[in-house]
Design a protein around this ligand. Sequence first.
Ligand SMILES: *[C@@H]1O[C@H](CO)[C@@H](O)[C@H](O)[C@H]1NC(C)=O
Ligand SMILES: *[C@@H]1O[C@H](CO)[C@@H](O)[C@H](O)[C@H]1NC(C)=O
Ligand SMILES: *[C@@H]1O[C@H](CO)[C@@H](O)[C@H](O)[C@H]1NC(C)=O
Ligand SMILES: *[C@@H]1O[C@H](CO)[C@@H](O)[C@H](O)[C@H]1NC(C)=O
Length: 634
Amino acid sequence: MAGLGSVLPSGLVAPKLLSWLTGLGAGMVFLSLMQKLLYPYFWNDLWYLLKVVRCGFQLEMYKLKGELVTVLDKFLTQAKKQPQKPFIIYEGAIYTYQDVDRRSNSVAHVFLNHSTLKRGDTVALLMSNEPDFIHTWFGLAKLGCVVAFINSNIRSASLLHCIRSCEPRALVVGADLLGIIQEILPSLPEDLSIWGMNDSVPQGIISLKQKLSTVSDSQVPRGYHVTSNLQAPYLYIFTSGTTGLPKPAVITQLQALKSSAGLWAFGCTSNDVIYITLPLYHSAGSLLGIGGCVELGATCVLKKKFSASQFWNDCKKYNVTVFQYIGELCRYLCKQPKREGEKDHRVRLAVGNGLRSDVWREFLDRFGNIKMCELYGATEGNICFMNHTGKIGSVGRANFFHKLFFTFALIKYDFQKDEPIRNEQGWCSHVKKGEPGLLISRVNAKNPFFGYAGNKKHTEKKLLCNVFKKGDVYLNTGDLMVQDQENFLYFWDRIGDTFRWKGENVATTEVAAVIGMLDFIQEANVYGVAVPDYEGKAGMASITLKPNKSLDLEKVYEQAVTFLPAYACPRFLRIQEKMEMTGTFKLQKFQLVEEGFSPLKISDPLYFMDNLKKSYILLTKEIYDQIISGEIRL
Ligand SMILES: *[C@@H]1O[C@H](CO)[C@@H](O)[C@H](O)[C@H]1NC(C)=O
Ligand SMILES: *[C@@H]1O[C@H](CO)[C@@H](O)[C@H](O)[C@H]1NC(C)=O
Ligand SMILES: *[C@@H]1O[C@H](CO)[C@@H](O)[C@H](O)[C@H]1NC(C)=O
Ligand SMILES: *[C@@H]1O[C@H](CO)[C@@H](O)[C@H](O)[C@H]1NC(C)=O
């Protein structure tokens, strides 16, 4: 999911800035003559740059004064300045800045009084979108703990993997998720203390809710969380990276600060009411959304889950002015039956990513003039683009200013081998304008990459070394992009072991491992296939059977829905006689992805996931046509 990983440069210093601006002033007259001709987006670019600089400047000033201000500090300041201002509105209830401050103090006091947690310890948080998510997060931050957000859709083995991989000392679980934790309770590490946000909790779990009513809500001494290092870990947020299982990306205080400036950079103010329906365990909802509200001192209308039918009612009811989106969300809204007065709302701006041009246009036609602010950035990434010029379809523009801060490149990629192309000397090369290339971004002191918690191997895998010259290091974003003649950037596709579906990244190795556990399956090769009118790719598992074993479609279905979140279940199965390998002994995917899921083109047996029949059924031409025409929804 997108986070504003690095919208702001961290290495700006005031003198550098001054000499810069003077230089700019002198060149301005000449430039204004030239710009209309050569640089039609000059003013957009410059305006954007100045905002970025102002933010970087603020950070530098704080540093010079020797006081480090974190997002939590900013929240405490807001709570003091405007205690009665609504911070969170959830299911009609209002939680003011003061309420959230006090309740999070209580959370901190519970752990101070009833646990041995100390600064720097990791606590895993498994909760749906609700105010207690924020209370727990802020409360633990007040103790200097690092909070790891766990995806609330995952189950069993994947859940265990995620919890274990960040080595937490405690786990806090929302009331509605206690059941899924109970299932894996015996497999959790014994020294992990588990806290449930419910009055009554299963055995082996401590009731955090009960303890909350017994402790004070007084201010937690600043000494517990004050930090002398903005590069210290603040959160872990899981991402699928480019390869392998989900990994906890390290979010530093600095990254959180930069992301929290995102809404502000797009022009939001403290008077805005921001509607968040995206899950808080992703960086978009938490860092950009909640962090952004804190930065502005604005109000957030939090929704447990996105609902297309309630969306506009909520917007009207709460006077929402800004919402966060992913491409799918806008598409669902467009698919809703038309109603009277659809333009009758106060939403003026939306921030998100993955909106396709056709949906973008349709959305604006139907729901009125809403500024759609596209941004691109990976949670763990060190680069980010914003559509500061508003070109439909584009994630942003690589301008001259941008290049001063972030060195990125689009390099040639071999789809068959699934790796960057290197010439005889071993160097990578740039693609031409208009051709898709792999987006890589330079890693250095100004644009560091903090990697993943735990296994160092994962961090190293994400890096490309000796790209254009000896010793250079780039971050592999795993995204293919195209840059047009005017330097606008467009998202093209994802490479590697992940694909996106319903706004989530699906780790193909994880799905393959789950399917591969069945005793009649020899090998499973999982990838995503494009389906017309859907964002992302629908999952497909190509499998080979063990000798003398037969395929049990119901078992495959049961295995998938039991162990995988809904978005990761393969929609299609393809049965192959044997698997093709690439030159580097990876399973060949490129060809399979290209072939898609059409029974007219593929002679192998194909099956389709049928949730009514609770099985996979033969994918006939009729079913295929119904999927293409939209009669069957995926
Ligand atoms: C949460 O608490 C309520 C009553 O306080 C109880 O009915 C419910 O079963 C509890 N939920 C779980 C998952 O234990
Ligand atoms: C929305 O705005 C209207 C008009 O300014 C106001 O009367 C109403 O109370 C507001 N609603 C909320 C929930 O703030
Ligand atoms: C992003 O694009 C939209 C086009 O709908 C534009 O209105 C908006 O101003 C752009 N974003 C920014 C930050 O300018
Ligand atoms: C599969 O079945 C055939 C005939 O029934 C037999 O000859 C063969 O050994 C079996 N193969 C395996 C691997 O069990």
